[in-house]
Design a binder for this molecule. Structure first.
Ligand SMILES: NC(=O)C1=CN([C@@H]2O[C@H](COP(=O)(O)OP(=O)(O)OC[C@H]3O[C@@H](n4cnc5c(N)ncnc54)[C@H](OP(=O)(O)O)[C@@H]3O)[C@@H](O)[C@H]2O)C=CC1
Ligand SMILES: CC(=O)C(=O)O
Ligand SMILES: [Mg+2]
Length: 585
């Protein structure tokens, strides 16, 4: 009687649906308002095993496993091999015509059966990279609130200030080797996507595992939510982040500092923290500040630099000369642009034995206000100042191309369609083989398409882009564009740091990674005009990059994992995660 009265008191008069203690099946003895304990088993078996993505094998559980793990009757009788599961999933995936559907299907698979997800990604890397990574991940981030099903990483917002260590402890895995963190302010070339930038750390870490062989359980995606200045998201009912303008200044710095300290406290000195898609007004400062105390790597500044330098070194085989014989012009003078420029200058100086200031004179950058020249010095952000050379002001790209006459044109502006026909034709008018790299992502932001580059240059351009383009036929010849994307570098780079137990990142490691990548371009690739090896060999490439990076860490005295293995390539390969199913006792 007392109980019934309580129930009545608890019932929401607006509710049209019953349940709780009145439930005919007695499944749920609590009313909706009563507190309940969300208890669960800790060892996966039976039904919970099928729902544990780390151990689930779906229809591939063997008869013996079905008996031993209480799976009888929970699965239909057939037993499939992992290969057949893969075949079926690829068949289903290919039926989707909308890229976002493929993305969601892959994310569902990752949530359901992790090993199968990685098997698909590894075996079909060229087909699936554009699905889990650029360009589709860009669209996924834009629509993240609408397609959100289950959280895939850690969200640390201003609400968690003072409690970040506790938040890290909530993550189920304790041995973390790599964190990819964003604050969502510069997601690809799509701008401020706030908390919805989470798709990027998730995607990057999927590549850490698939391309670089880091264990999935050792990877942690994190989004720091300090608000967003994207009005559309702030007004979107489905937005998943804090509904406020971005915190700046001391409030931002304090949250980031708490985060950085908590990470080191929780995971130790050797956890790699990869900064991804921060806006440049924070990215350079964070990297400078924490590179002294933490193992940090900014993918947009450093990873991109390493991949582009590798492509340029390889391109020299096609265009001739040394790095120092060329003249470089960038559209975009932010993280990617100045990061690449600095590494080219560093390598040039190393090769020629001249001071870096001299090498920088071969490199020019254009930002939204025109060519970076010394008369603009006072108003330039600190990372642009080294590139302010003596020249009269030039306020658009075409005039800059005509004035500087670069042999290499690199797009890092985040703005699509900026390499116009006039620009490409100008490049082709004074270069036999102009090198044109349109690095901005996703595809919509690419400075030009592969077809435009080849057609407007009359088939002369050596072209690569940040997001993939299909081969192009021009005057009966097939041109295969390369993909100049930091995805070539960061998985192997991170593996190299992990296997050597490195405690700091050093510029020489970026050069070592770059060198390893350039060495992987074969004559067969060059014959096709490619300056990068195909992604299908990426695990081998990653092992070589890891070995070179680890060797440099040992050489610089920054490695802690001793003794140094003799054959670092073999060692790197032996450390790589493979997604084949394990047998359960
Ligand atoms: N392929 C790859 O691996 C990578 C590609 N990227 C891509 O590069 C792009 C830029 O990234 P990031 O460097 O981090 O971004 P930043 O915001 O740091 O830099 C963008 C730069 O482009 C300039 N810019 C913007 N609009 C124009 C314009 N219309 N004309 C000329 N310059 C312009 C900006 O000028 P101002 O300073 O005056 O505002 C700024 O210097 C993104 O699309 C990103 O996806 C990034 C990393 C890796
Ligand atoms: C590839 C990458 O890191 C970017 O576009 O930001
Ligand atoms: Mg990035």
């Amino acid at each position: 009687m007392e109980n019934a009265r309580q129930v009545e008191a608890y019932m929401d008069p607006r509710s049209t649906v019953g349940g709780g203690v009145e439930d005919a099946y007695g499944e749920d003895r609590a009313t909706e308002e009563q507190l309940v304990t969300p208890w669960t088993f800790s060892v996966a078996s039976g039904y919970s095993l099928l729902r544990d993505p780390h151990h689930n094998k779906g229809l591939a559980f063997t008869e013996i496993e079905r008996d031993a793990h209480y799976l009888r009757g929970l699965l239909p009788p057939v037993v499939l091999t992992q290969e057949l599961q893969e075949k079926k999933l690829m068949h289903n995936l290919r039926k989707y015509e909308v890229p976002l559907q493929r993305y969601m299907s892959m994310m569902d698979l990752q949530e359901r059966n992790e090993r199968l997800f990685y098997k698909l990604l590894i075996d079909n890397v060229e087909e699936l990279l554009p699905v889990v990574y650029t360009p589709t991940v860009g669209e996924a981030c834009q629509k993240y609130g609408s397609i959100f099903r289950r959280p895939q990483g850690l969200y640390i917002s201003l609400k968690e200030k003072g409690k970040i260590l506790e938040v890290l402890k909530n993550w189920p895995e304790k041995t973390i080797q790599v964190i990819v963190v964003t604050d969502g302010e510069r997601i690809l070339g799509l701008g401020d996507l706030g908390c919805q930038g989470m798709g990027i750390p998730v995607g990057k870490l999927a590549l850490y595992t698939a391309l670089g062989g880091l264990r999935p359980s050792a990877c942690l995606p994190i989004t720091i939510d300090v608000g967003t200045n994207n009005e559309q998201l702030l007004n979107d009912d489905f937005y998943i982040g804090l509904r406020q303008k971005r915190a700046r200044g001391q409030e931002y710095e304090d949250l980031l500092h708490e985060f950085m300290c908590a990470v080191k406290q929780q995971y130790g000195e050797k956890v790699l923290i990869q900064f991804e898609d921060f806006a440049n007004h924070n990215a350079f400062d964070l990297l400078a500040k924490y590179s002294k105390t933490h193992l940090v790597f900014n993918d947009d500044i450093q990873g991109t630099a390493s991949v582009v330098l590798a492509g340029l070194v390889a391109a020299l085989k096609l265009v001739g000369g040394t790095l120092a014989d060329h003249t470089y012009l960038f559209l975009g003078a932010g993280e990617a642009g100045t990061g690449i420029a600095e590494l080219i200058a560093l390598e040039m100086s190393r090769q020629t034995g001249t001071p870096i200031e001299n090498s920088r004179e071969k490199i020019w950058l254009v930002d939204s206000k025109g060519l970076i020249v010394s008369s603009r010095m006072e108003s330039l952000q600190h990372f642009k100042k080294p590139w302010a050379h003596d020249h009269e002001p030039v306020n658009n790209l075409l005039d800059a191309v005509k004035a500087i006459k670069p042999t290499v044109l690199i797009g890092t502006s985040g703005v699509g369609k900026t390499f116009t026909q006039d620009v490409v034709e100008a490049m082709a008018s004074f270069n036999e083989k102009p090198v044109i790299l349109a690095l901005s992502n996703p595809t919509t932001q690419s400075e030009c398409t592969a077809e435009e580059a080849y057609t407007w240059s009359k088939g002369c351009a050596i072209f690569a882009s940040g997001s993939p383009f299909d081969p192009v036929e021009y005057e009966g010849k097939i041109f295969v564009p390369g993909q100049a994307n930091n995805a070539y570098i960061f998985p192997g780079f991170g593996l190299g740091l992990v296997i050597s137990g490195a405690i700091r990142v050093h510029d020489e490691m970026l050069l070592a990674a770059s060198e390893a990548l350039a060495q992987q371009v074969t004559q067969e690739n060059f014959d096709k005009g490619l300056i990068y090896p195909p992604f299908k060999t990426i695990r081998k490439i990653s092992a070589h990059i890891a070995a070179n990076v680890a060797a440099k860490a040992y050489e610089l005295g920054l490695a802690t994992r001793l003794p140094r293995p003799d054959n670092l390539v073999k060692y790197a390969e032996s450390c790589m995660y493979t997604p084949a199913y394990r047998s359960y006792r």
